[in-house]
Design a protein around this ligand. Structure first.
Ligand code: SER
Length: 875
């Protein structure tokens, strides 16, 4: 036998399809909104809610080939990769699942038949395990396989009790092992050297029957299910007579490409780089981008780890991951089209990460060099710091240390690692979300059909039937409500749009016998719409017929923004490139917000082009229609779908005359001209590789532009130019000649100050016996700042002056007073009593170090005689 991996994939799906299973395509690597799990780590994950009874069963038997990543959370093989023949951070899992369709025996019969008959694996190369609590399985294996008892091995540990995560479905399992032969090190399962590569687990059949809870307890699942998983990489190696997965056709071309670029290194390095290439590319293709938290952080670690190996082991100068990406796409791109489709963004991430990381590598090496000076051993703490802060894998640091003849405290490192794990377990976000989960579970178990949404056509109905009422405080079902604070109503049909796809929910009211209750929110779970109402003042009973009225004005504004978002998405892809993918959106009655992947800045010209394209599409008055079509066909036709989103087989495509075609359940205008106008009001980066655009439409866009125009009109008036374009010219001239104008202004200012000094000196009045000269002057419409500057200058030149100036601007009069250094003492002496009196008498508010300044309340209050009298009285 020598089956190519792609043949095994299709043989598996065909075999189970012909045995009554529905074929499901692989879900993305992240299940949106599932905070209990970092990545999809097994084939059963997309069906988790079915196992738990929180989602109704559509097909009782399913088969799939699921992309999986085990690089974070409960299942994490990151540190094993490269050091065994069989561990990967990314792998494909072939799996068949039963939700009440068949029992243990049937699952074991099919697995055995597929391996021995379909793939023709010699039965004598196989052995199996079962959990000590599950003797039934032992008996079944004896009957079905005819294996001798020493090949049906009892396992008492958790190795044969499979859990998806710390919380979630779990159960005992039976595993099938392949013996790669005595020339490979390792013992059978359950033996002391079972970790070797000789006996490799190829298939795991889990009898899923419990849900493990966050408090450690276990509850029975509503129905006993079967979950099986066989790693494609492992079975491909077996079928190709290779003992190492990395020698199978899934890896061979990638490894040989690395070897040709950087020959002569240890095998484990080639394996690590090839493995990390796969997991990083698939994660990015499924919408994760490198960042400093959560999933993005794990991705960043994977990329950086491979860059480090490339640099320090392979001594490769370029960006190795970028170099290898085409080889990966060649092997996997036809099955996983997202790799081809997102090649640019994957490559962009590799390049960007290398740029960012080169700095850290240099700092890390600096830290390492500082550590190794005069030291004989690197402590566990420092090993951990290099690992955690600078991204240096442990084995790399050990290798570098060896070259410097320095020891490493690996035990200390393990301790640090353990305490960090404990810390992050406590801080983990990926936990059970209590209230919501209970509500969702209750709704799934109501056994009612998904709500008939009629809101695309109708905005008002009077014959919706109340199917269920939930008291929101206690999350319990009630038969009727009256005088209740918060409740959830479930109807058989509804015109209210439930929040989804970034579009906010409708507003409106429920009506009964002429009375009205406002709806505060509408959400849906598994197709069942929950209408949130508060402050119910009359009674509503299950079985009542009630009316529904959508707030059409609100709906219209939201709808316009939603269609504009689609046009924007298309325009972005036209201007920036096909790599642009939606990362989030918010569409409400006021504005639209669109987050998307793009590395690098967006120029003003690009933004203008984007706006122009959207407004062009509005102007063309395109017909907007929504039709259903099979998901696969939609994808084949290149219709935009969201990464990370689970779609049903039949999808709704919103088509703006082929200018934009997207899978979408939202509400949309009938013709693009209803949008009226589209205006981008902001554009910025919100995370590495993700940008955000906010825009307005229709009357809001018009008002925004009008306000801007008004500002421009005011500027033109201020500059005494007639048109807006002249204002720009004027400002451009000012801007270009800024230095020149500054100089002129300074000169003019000095001139004015000097002129004022001369004026002041000319107007001086000698008072008393000439001990000091008293200067008094009234200015009209002078710049007070200039007077102050002139007084500063004067007092430094004429040490025995006392200067008082009045500046009259319209009806307002201000007052500035200073004294030269000889008289300053007097002023300071005044500060205790006289100055206070002065300030008070003349209502002076200001006052600098040498200058007193303030407004004068009354034109008559100050005259020269009065002030000179006052000064005489204190001198
Ligand atoms: N969920 C089980 C595993 O991952 C069987 O698919 O091993």
């Amino acid at each position: 036998m020598n089956w190519l991996a792609s043949i095994i994939r299709s043989k598996f799906l065909d075999f189970f399809q012909s045995n009554g299973h529905e074929v499901y395509k692989s879900a993305p690597l992240v299940i949106p909104d599932d905070k209990t799990l970092m990545f999809v780590n097994a084939g059963m994950v997309p069906f988790k809610d079915i196992f738990l009874g929180a989602q109704s069963i559509k097909h009782k038997a399913i088969v799939s080939c699921q992309k999986c990543v085990r690089a974070g959370g409960k299942h994490n093989d990151l540190n094993m990769v490269g050091h065994t023949a069989r561990h990967h951070t990314f792998f494909e899992m072939l799996g068949n699942f039963s939700f009440g369709a068949y029992n243990k025996e049937h699952a074991i019969v099919m697995a055995w038949e597929f391996l021995v008959k379909e793939l023709q694996i010699p039965a004598n190369k196989l052995c199996v395990t079962y959990h000590c609590s599950d003797l039934e399985t032992k008996i079944l294996w004896q009957k079905i396989s005819g294996l001798s008892d020493n090949k049906i091995i009892e396992i008492g540990t958790d190795d044969n009790f499979w859990r998806m995560g710390d919380v979630g479905p779990c159960g005992p399992c039976t595993e099938i092992f392949y013996d790669h032969g005595s020339d490979i090190a390792g013992g059978p399962p359950g033996s002391s050297n079972e970790d070797g590569d000789r006996y490799v687990e190829i298939w795991n059949i889990v009898f899923m029957c419990f849900e493990s809870m966050s408090d450690g307890s276990m509850h029975d699942l509503p129905i006993a299910c079967i979950d099986t998983g066989m790693g494609l990489e492992r079975i491909a190696a077996v079928c190709q007579n290779k003992h190492d997965n990395f020698d199978s056709d899934l890896f061979a071309n990638i490894i040989s490409r690395i070897k040709s670029l950087a020959p002569g290194c240890d095998d484990f390095v080639y394996k690590i780089v090839a493995d990390h290439l796969r997991s990083s590319a698939f994660l990015i293709a499924d919408g994760i981008l490198p960042s400093n938290e959560d999933r993005g952080y794990v991705l960043r670690r994977i990329i950086r780890r491979s860059l480090l190996y490339a640099k320090y082991y392979l001594h490769y100068k370029g960006n190795l991951l970028s170099e290898l990406l085409p080889s990966l796409i060649e092997i996997m791109g036809t099955v996983y089209w997202e790799l081809q489709d997102r090649q640019n963004i994957i490559d962009g991430c590799y390049i960007n990460e290398e740029k960012l990381f080169s700095n850290t590598i240099t700092k890390g090496m600096g830290y390492f060099n500082a550590l190794t000076k005069d030291k004989e051993i690197i402590s566990g703490h420092d090993l951990f710091k290099l690992y955690d802060t600078y991204g240096f894998p442990l084995e790399l640091t050990i290798e570098l240390a060896k070259r410097h003849n320095i020891l490493t405290d690996v035990e200390g490192f393990e301790k640090e690692m353990l305490s960090q794990k404990n810390r992050s377990r406590v801080a983990s976000n990926y936990q059970n979300i209590a209230g919501t989960k209970d509500l969702f579970k209750m709704i799934a178990q109501l056994n009612i059909k998904p709500t008939n949404f009629i809101g695309y056509e109708k905005h008002e109905i009077d014959d919706a039937e109340v199917l269920a009422i939930i008291d929101q405080e206690t999350i319990t079902l009630v038969a009727e409500i009256n005088n209740i604070q918060n409740a959830i109503i479930i109807l058989n049909k509804t015109p209210f749009y439930a929040e989804s796809g970034g579009q906010v929910s409708d507003k409106g009211a429920l009506m009964k016998s002429g009375e009205m209750i406002k709806i505060s929110d509408v959400r849906k779970v598994h197709g069942i719409f929950m209408h949130f109402i508060s402050d119910v003042k009359f009674d509503i009973k299950v079985g009542d017929n009630i009316g529904c009225i959508v707030d059409c004005e609100h709906r219209k504004l939201v709808t316009i923004n939603h269609t504009a978002t689609h046009l924007l998405h298309t325009a972005l892809r036209k201007v920036l490139g096909k790599h642009v993918a939606q990362k989030g959106s918010l569409v409400d009655e006021n504005r639209l917000r669109f987050d998307f992947s793009h590395i690098g800045k967006i120029t003003t010209k690009e933004l203008n082009d984007i706006e122009l394209i959207v407004n062009g599409a509005i102007h063309l008055n395109l017909l907007v229609e929504a039709n259903e079509m099979p998901y696969d066909l939609a994808i084949k036709e290149g219709i935009i779908a969201l990464f990370g989103e689970k779609y049903p087989d039949l999808v709704r495509v919103v088509n703006a005359d082929r200018f934009s075609r997207e899978l979408c359940g939202g509400t949309h205008v009938s013709r693009t001209s209803e949008i009226g106008l589209f205006k981008i009001i902001s554009e910025c980066a919100i995370a590495s590789g993700i940008r955000r655009i906010e825009a307005l439409t229709s009357i809001k866009a018009f008002n925004y532009l009008n306000n801007r125009l008004e500002v421009l009109t005011n500027i033109s008036a201020f500059l005494h130019v007639s048109a807006a374009s002249e204002s720009v010219e004027f400002i451009e001239v000012l801007e270009k000649n800024k230095n020149l104008i500054d100089n002129l202004y300074n000169q003019l200012n000095t001139l004015t100050i000097e002129k004022i000094i001369i004026d002041l000196l000319n107007s001086k009045v000698r008072v008393g016996d000439g001990e000091f000269c008293y200067i008094y002057k009234v200015f009209v419409n002078e710049d007070t700042k200039v007077i102050v500057a002139a007084l500063e200058s004067l007092r430094s030149k004429v040490s025995n002056c006392l200067v008082v100036c009045i500046n009259e601007i319209g009806t307002k009069r201000s007052f500035v007073l200073t004294a030269g250094s000889d008289l300053l003492g007097i002023l300071i002496k005044l500060s205790a009593k006289g100055l206070a009196v002065l300030l008070d008498r003349f209502n002076l508010k200001g006052g600098g170090k040498n200058i007193i300044q303030g407004a004068l309340p009354d034109r008559n209050i100050l005259n020269p005689n009065m002030l000179s009298d006052f000064i005489k009285s204190i001198s």
